[in-house]
Every structure is written in C-alpha cells, then in structure tokens.
Design a protein around this ligand. Structure first.
Ligand code: SF4
Ligand code: SF4
Length: 104
C-alpha cells in the first residue's frame, strides 16, 4: 500500500497560516523562527511529520500551492510515520471551539 503524506515547498510558503486550521491533527505549525535564507518576510509553516497521518484534509488549502501530496515508495519496508525525522522547533497555535472557548 502506498502511504500518502504532505510536504510544503519552503520557497512557496508565505506564512499566511491559512492551512493550519485545515489540519485536524495539528501537524501544520509555524516555525519558531524565520530561517535566514527564507525568501518571504514571515516565518513559514512546516509539516510536523510525527503528527501527520496523511489524511489530505489540508490539500487545496494553500493559495500558493506550496502544500502538496507526496507518496512514499510502495516497496518501503516501514511507514515513514514510524520513523519521523526530528521535529523542527514550532510555535503552538490556539484553536477555538464553536462556542468561542479555547480548547488548547
Ligand atoms: S495530511 Fe492530514 S494530518 Fe497531514 S498535515 Fe494535512 S491535514 Fe494534517
Ligand atoms: S497556506 Fe500555503 S503559504 Fe499559507 S502557511 Fe500554509 S503552506 Fe504556507
């Protein structure tokens, strides 16, 4: 079975944050700091691979098409979700319930 995941093209991410609320697993988070070589003024959003389950709910939410689907090769011996790379330093994002109270 082919494992779907998402990736963000760093050069295309303006840091608009639109995609963040589309992820039910809080796997899209802003970097704590803007990398010195980033071409946009605002820090980018990254995929925290340890949290991404590949549901693809976020696909289509990015206005610059920086967010895209990637597939791991079908001959992988283990899911990449089992061995995620070290998580980057990210900022938490407050989320809100329907009655306006924060739940995290
Ligand atoms: S694929 Fe699903 S879990 Fe992964 S970042 Fe997108 S919405 Fe979140
Ligand atoms: S919607 Fe696209 S440009 Fe905006 S933060 Fe997400 S990946 Fe970056």
């Amino acid at each position: 079975m082919v494992q779907a995941m998402v990736a963000i093209t760093p050069e295309g991410c303006t840091g608009c944050d639109l995609c963040i609320t589309f992820c039910p697993f809080e796997a899209l988070l802003p970097l704590s700091e803007r990398p010195a070589d980033h071409r946009h003024a605002k820090r980018p959003v990254v995929v925290v691979e340890a949290s991404c389950v590949g549901c693809l709910s976020c696909i289509g939410s990015c206005p610059t098409e920086a967010l895209h689907e990637v597939l791991s090769p079908p001959d992988n011996v283990a899911s990449p979700l089992l061995h995620p790379p070290p998580a980057p330093a990210t900022e938490p994002v407050k989320r809100w319930s329907r009655d306006g109270t924060p739940w995290s």
